[in-house]
Design a protein around this ligand. Structure first.
Ligand SMILES: C[S@@+](CC[C@H](N)C(=O)[O-])C[C@H]1O[C@@H](n2cnc3c(N)ncnc32)[C@H](O)[C@@H]1O
Length: 366
């Protein structure tokens, strides 16, 4: 099944909504802010656009996208102050799959525009924000219409679960797992890698058509050091689902047939696709490593391990619930996440699991 029909984060602004549980992604955006700032400065000083046109791809619902837009505005403002020129206006497109809760973000726009005027004493040009629903694995914008593309924590979602993971008899190759895990046969890794290569190539080709020559992108994605043994959070979720199968709470056939449409590439895999596609120059590829709960410790240093695990479980639920519930049912989610919470941080310590964030800066060749 195509991911665009089932993938979205938890909408609205409730307790389990993505809007209220996106602290991890927020921390990542803050880490990457200097890289985005440098890219915007470079763009402004080489292209001098009258209106800077940017897109945030896979923006989800919640405050993080407006955070990115506001960081971009601050960079433009600082750059043009240095240049002693009036800043350009900004048009920002917020993209996600059509099933995403776009309205939750749009409701906060009037307040955002008001704050912008106050912070910049009405000295910033003008800012125009629009939605652009659709899959980034395909065309979203007209030819040569964008200056800058940003995407954070979205491109590790591939366009579909690799078809080859199901044999002709509809038997799952990756039985008992929902992503590449230690017990997965090598063919599973191969299928995932091939799907990632196909998807990332389509992504680069589409953006190459849409960006002006010299336009740039900053893409942040979860990667891995060894993509055949990625130590990913989905391996751990798979273990918990297995326990539920053994207890008869979910059907074995459901688990055997399900895999996450997700892939955590290595830097080498990223570099190879960029080079083979050929439209972009790779300016920089940074690797930022963090423990699974380090962003929670950073936000509040006084929390004990149990509390951190509970917060982490709610955050993973906000991202994964819609897709897991589409296979295992809503009721199973209330059982799964307390189990997850129970020993996720022990598992992390035992296995030395970390988030490997890859920050990719690219410029379209002229
Ligand atoms: C974890 S959220 C990250 C949201 C936001 N960028 C942030 O940092 O808070 C990932 C988002 O990517 C979106 N996404 C995944 N595949 C996509 C695709 N092919 N096209 C557009 N959006 C996609 C998902 O719907 C989801 O909202």
């Amino acid at each position: 099944m195509k991911v665009e029909h089932i993938l979205h984060t938890n909408g609205g602004v409730g307790k389990t909504s993505y809007a209220n549980n996106s602290l991890l992604q927020r921390a990542v955006i803050s880490m990457v802010k200097p890289i985005v700032g440098a890219s915007i400065e470079e763009l402004c000083c080489t292209l001098f656009p009258e209106c800077l046109k940017v897109a945030d791809l896979g923006r989800s619902s919640g405050p993080n996208t407006l955070l990115v837009v506001s960081d971009i505005i601050n960079s433009i403002h600082t750059t043009y102050q240095k240049l002693n020129r009036p800043p350009p206006s900004l048009q920002a497109f917020l993209n996600d799959l059509p099933g995403n809760d776009f309205n939750a973000g749009f409701r906060s726009l009037p307040g955002f525009y008001k704050k912008l005027d106050e912070e910049h004493e009405k000295k910033f040009g003008s800012c125009f924000i629009a939605g652009m629903p659709g899959s980034f694995y395909g065309r979203l914008f007209p030819n040569n219409s964008l200056n800058f593309v940003h995407s954070s924590y979205a491109l590790h979602w591939i366009s579909e679960v690799p078809k080859g993971l199901l044999t002709e008899e509809e038997e799952g190759l990756n039985k008992g797992n929902i992503y590449i895990a230690k017990t997965s046969p090598p063919a599973v890794f191969k299928q995932y890698l091939e799907q990632f290569k196909r998807d990332f190539t389509v992504f680069l080709r589409s953006r190459a058509e849409e960006l002006v020559p010299g336009g740039s992108m900053v893409l942040t994605i979860t990667g891995s050091i060894k993509s055949h043994d990625p130590l990913c959070i989905w391996e751990f979720v798979g273990l918990k689902l297995n326990d539920m199968v053994l207890e008869g709470l979910i059907g074995k056939e459901k688990l055997d047939a399900f895999n996450m449409p997700f892939y955590t590439p290595t830097t080498k895999e990223i570099e190879e696709v960029i080079q083979a596609e050929g439209s972009f120059t790779l300016q920089n590829l940074e690797v930022l490593k963090n423990d699974w709960d380090s962003y929670i410790k950073q936000a509040n240093s006084g929390l004990d391990k149990k509390t951190r695990a509970a917060i982490f479980a709610t955050h993973i639920r906000a991202v994964a619930e819609p897709i897991l519930a589409s296979q295992f049912g809503e009721e199973a989610m209330d059982d799964l996440f307390p189990r997850f919470e129970e020993d996720v941080l022990d598992h992390m310590e035992r296995e030395n699991c970390q988030y490997i964030n890859l920050v990719i800066s690219l410029t379209k060749k002229r």
